[in-house]
Design a protein around this ligand. Structure first.
Ligand SMILES: C[S@@+](CC[C@H](N)C(=O)[O-])C[C@H]1O[C@@H](n2cnc3c(N)ncnc32)[C@H](O)[C@@H]1O
Length: 256
């Protein structure tokens, strides 16, 4: 078993390529995986940030290596995740049109059962500067179970109560989630180009795990999944190949 880069309380962080760490973990040991993989969208285009024109490029790890290589990578990390998930465990994967179709195909190829396709709608998303497309205003988050025949956990009551707080009409929580872009108040311990909002991760973790269960994120980034896990009293394993992002994660943990 690999040695963690950082370990404290409910949290373990690993600094390596995720495939190496995933392959070193015991099989059937993880309750839930959230994966925010490279979307392969750093293609040299432009976007709008705080009213300014900026490059759409996020980082080297987000560049496409061509369809076949991107897909081989998607297949390899999803296969490695499947081995370590418990039989009734579930996986969430976020994406945009750049990667989510190959993720869905890979999940089905490996016999996952897709449970929901969440549309994360960003009410304050940027405009489309070219004026040649609809403004991209959402990301997709797929939720899937490892084993077709097992029963997964869904915290129906918690989601109904959450929905009651944001729109008190006695309705079930729907598959379209209105969540603004990550607020600056969540970025005070260092910047990550694709940091997810805590609200998104809290909803995902609360809906699909129980207290003290084990959550894993193979693409830890700034550690949003870990921070939400600590807040909700879940155990957490995070993996990232960039040490700087693990340092940001540790700062975020220390400032809780
Ligand atoms: C989309 S970001 C995740 C952001 C994260 N959800 C957050 O809220 O900060 C993807 C992360 O995966 C890491 N990464 C990319 N390829 C990797 C690999 N093969 N193994 C481990 N980490 C990888 C990158 O360094 C980056 O931090």
């Amino acid at each position: 078993m690999a040695k963690p880069y950082y370990k404290r309380g409910l949290i373990e962080l690993f600094h390596d390529d995720c495939i190496n760490i995933l392959n070193s973990l015991p099989e059937n040991s993880i309750d839930m995986i959230f994966a925010d993989p490279p979307y392969f969208l750093s293609n040299g285009g432009i976007t709008c940030k705080s009213g300014e024109i900026v490059s759409v490029n996020k980082a080297e790890w987000d560049k496409s290596n061509g369809f076949e290589k991107d897909f081989d990578f998607t297949l390899s990390w999803i296969k490695a995740c499947r081995r370590i998930l418990k039989e009734n465990g579930t996986i969430w994967v976020s994406g945009t049109m750049h990667n989510i179709y190959q993720v869905g195909y890979a999940l089905q190829k490996f016999k996952f059962k897709i449970l929901n396709e969440i549309c994360w709608y960003k009410p304050n998303g940027p405009p489309n500067l070219s004026c040649r497309y609809f403004a991209h205003a959402h990301e997709t988050v797929l939720w899937a179970r490892k084993n077709e025949k097992k029963t997964h956990f869904f915290n129906y009551e918690a989601m109904r109560d959450w929905e009651d707080k944001i729109s008190p009409k006695g309705k079930q929580m729907r598959s379209i989630w209105h969540i603004p872009l990550t607020p600056l108040s969540e970025k005070t311990n260092g910047r990550h180009p694709t940091q997810k909002p805590l609200e998104l991760l809290k909803r995902i973790i609360l809906s699909s795990t129980k207290e003290n269960e084990l959550v894993l994120d193979p693409f830890n980034g700034s550690g949003t999944t870990g921070i939400a896990s600590i807040m909700l009293n879940r155990r957490y394993i995070g993996i990232d190949k960039e040490e700087a992002f693990l340092k940001t994660t540790i700062k975020r943990i220390n400032s809780l």
